[in-house]
Design a protein around this ligand. Structure first.
Ligand SMILES: Nc1ncnc2c1ncn2[C@@H]1O[C@H](COP(=O)(O)OP(=O)(O)O)[C@@H](O)[C@H]1O
Ligand SMILES: [Mg+2]
Length: 297
């Protein structure tokens, strides 16, 4: 197994273990091999720009030959996401209910999982718009958040399917009670504007689910030395795999004298040594990359 076969990389791990640093090393590794690479930060703390010493925004910015970076602002994504949902609701809800929908959306803002869902929406958009890139590396926020992020399309797909079947039932009932209706039920389903919106969104969420669990995706967990960080790392691997995300690689960061080997069957191992100083700025990160060992199985 090696990293070439994957296109999307998600790095997870406890806060401060070196996710941002490892994401940059990985992206540099690919770009130096001539692959057009996009590095995306999903961390609300915006540590990527700091580590690269570059001002990043929502659009890809060139930071090196073949290497581009951007930062997703989850709060802003949530605003965008709720606006999009509201626009869709306007299309499908009768005006009399719009006030209620707006109230719901206000509540949705603070509902659990909304931030993750909005971030998932941004990931979907980046994946679609990022077709021109060979590799896309996502630097994520601390573990729990990533696990919830991966799990979010699963529940929403179920929910959306439920909405679709409710709508279909309603149409069927109307169809059966209207004897003058000449069209076939299938046609009615196809032309119904509400079903159109629902089906389009369902497809997006299904694609996202595929993106998280598909063949082109590799999740990785960053570890540090020491019993506690190691336990937390092992737990993150398990939680991600339970959520359906295939963990393909492990990064052992700040390795001093050879980390005790972990049972890493079928996983690619990347060992990043402790650097002589804080690896901030692209030149120092390139230096650290030269010292990094890639154990591809
Ligand atoms: N291999 C390393 N050697 C020395 N310092 C490191 C190394 N990896 C990370 N650091 C430093 O540790 C801190 C946390 O790393 P960071 O990549 O931001 O972690 P995370 O993204 O997981 O929160 C940063 O100051 C970073 O520069
Ligand atoms: Mg970080």
């Amino acid at each position: 197994m090696n990293l070439n076969g994957f296109k999307y990389f998600f790095l997870s791990g406890k806060g401060g273990v070196g996710k941002t640093t490892s994401s940059i090393l990985m992206a540099l590794y690919f770009s130096q091999r001539g692959e057009k690479t996009l590095l995306v930060s999903l961390d609300p703390a915006h540590s990527l720009g700091i580590a690269l010493k570059a001002k990043l925004g929502e659009l890809p910015k060139k930071v090196e030959e073949k290497l581009f970076a951007l930062e997703v602002n989850p709060e802003k994504e949530m605003e965008k996401y709720l606006k999009k949902v509201e626009k869709e609701a306007r299309q499908i809800v009768s005006p009399a209910f719009l006030g209620e929908v707006e109230e719901e959306l206000k509540l949705a803002h603070s509902s659990p999982g909304a931030l993750e869902l909005a971030t998932a929406d941004a990931i979907y958009r980046i994946a679609v718009e990022g077709r021109g890139f060979d590799k896309i590396v996502f630097d994520t926020a601390p573990s729990g958040y990533t696990v919830r992020l991966v799990a979010s399309p699963n529940s929403i797909v179920k929910w959306w399917k439920g909405l679709i079947s409710v709508r279909e039932e309603a149409l069927k009932y109307e169809f059966l009670s209207n004897l003058k209706e000449k069209r076939k039920l299938k046609e009615i389903f196809r032309e119904d504007p509400i079903l159109k919106v629902l089906t389009k969104r369902l497809k997006e969420y299904e694609t996202l689910k595929e993106l998280f669990t598909g063949k082109e995706t590799a999740f990785g967990v960053v570890f540090n030395e020491g019993l506690l960080p190691r336990e937390i790392g092992v737990r993150t691997v398990r939680e991600l795999e339970e959520a359906g995300a295939p963990v393909k690689f492990l990064v052992f960061n700040r390795v001093k004298n050879g980390i005790e080997s972990l049972k890493a069957k079928n996983k690619i191992v990347i060992k990043v040594p402790e650097f002589k100083e804080e690896p901030i700025g692209i030149e120092k990160l390139k230096e650290l990359l030269k010292l990094t060992r890639w154990e591809v199985k």
